[in-house]
Unconditional design. Structure first.
Length: 156
């Protein structure tokens, strides 16, 4: 018998809100499902990244969220979908003056709320300032994401 439930937890990742609807435990590892709300002019604070263990499919619910996938900019609007394949370097930003909301499907469910809770601790500890990028990168690697960090300036 299937079970219907709504997870109450909303994870605040800086200005972003993540609401898990299904986790690996709910789906025997087949998928994780969450909605993501991004306020106007907000972006992912973590660096661009890739992951080799799952695909990420994005479905637009409201507004426009701009994704950069392997250097190509792609706007995802209400009713549009984008699949980010394994290994693709990506990030997102809300470049508009309206809230953007998307549904994210992770297949298989190789990542879940734990990653976002740990990242939220680092982002929220920064109090609106720049987060500790080394800590964020370490959390990303621990959960199977590969951060793509900007090259360091060479000191003369």
């Amino acid at each position: 018998m299937s079970e219907k439930r709504r997870l109450a937890e909303v994870i605040q990742l800086g200005p972003l809100a993540i609401h898990f609807l299904a986790t690996s435990a709910d789906t025997n590892g087949s998928l994780a499902l969450f909605d993501l709300t991004v306020p106007p002019a907000a972006r992912l604070a973590a660096p661009p990244h890739s992951h080799d263990h799952y695909e990420e499919t994005i479905y637009g619910l409201e507004g426009v969220l701009t994704w950069t996938v392997n250097g190509t900019s792609i706007d995802v609007r209400q009713g549009e979908a984008l699949t980010i394949p394994r290994g693709a370097v990506h990030q997102f930003a809300n470049n508009s003056q309206a809230v953007a909301k998307v549904l994210c499907v992770i297949t298989p469910a190789a990542i879940g709320p734990e990653f976002f809770r740990e990242s939220a601790e680092v982002l929220n500890a920064a109090g609106g300032g720049p987060p500790d990028r080394a800590k964020l990168a370490a959390i990303m690697r621990q959960h199977g994401l590969k951060p793509v960090l900007p090259p360091q300036a060479v000191q003369p």
